[in-house]
Design a protein. Sequence first.
Length: 319
Amino acid sequence: MNRRGFLRTAAPAAAAVALARGGLGRAWAVPTTTPGMAPVNGPLTVAALTDRLFLIQGGGGNVTVFDSPQGVLLVDGGSPERSAEVLRLVRERTGKSRVEVLFNTHWHWDQTGSNLALGREGTRIIAHENTRLWLTAEVNSRWQHRVFKPLPHQALPTQTFYTTGSLAFGGERIDYGWLPQAHTDGDIYVFFREANVLVAGDTLAVGTYPILDWCTNGWIGGMATATQALADLSAADTKVIPGTGPVQSRGDLAAEHDMLATLTTRLSKLLAQGMSIKDMLAAAPTKDYDGRWGDPTLFVSNAWPGLVQRARSLGVNIV
């Protein structure tokens, strides 16, 4: 949403926003009962994507494995709690003891859990520069009621980028690019062009509303833009890998984009009326979508501060 579009929705009621019950601080205090991260319990499972690509699930976020004559490449590494099991399974399935390249689709612990083990072995770790910066900092994730400590130096990405990049590896062209301020401000996609497999990370959600990590600059409008960009990259037969859950398609990306675009407008209008998170939830703006995406409480609670921050950046006076 550009400045003109936002102001068309929000500016006439900017004074009402300043009087919203509870204000910004009170809205942040709305309790969330779900951590919003991938589960780390249960057995690991393997699903074939192509003859050289497979997916490991159950160890935190999805782990995409590319087994090539040049070596093994991973997209994400699961959670720290399950890293040893994930990497053991990678070795068993590929017959190779070393991982050459690891992509981090963003900074969250359930995707970066193998960074330390692989970094110590000299694996090249590729991520957006913002992801590297979050991994060097103490992050107060207020919506999770949790503080994340910086990772050790050996666990940090060794190669970062700002916009897009491409890697020739194992006979495969692997394109990657930034998805600005979506799930976080460091999200990337990784696209195996010849295999037609697109790793979308947590910009694509399955069976639940996507997480908007406003503490590290994720917001609903950025998620809408990201899902449209991913849909534009993919074809009808592209296998799309979400952050957690089974393989998806371009149609799933399009459905999430339509939901996000619609709710960006609806929630912006409610914000312009001076609504707090509690007020927004009572207004039930997501009711058309709850059947597919479930309980909207965390989604709306995280969308609210992101919209407030965006409004302020566009010059809308919100107290």
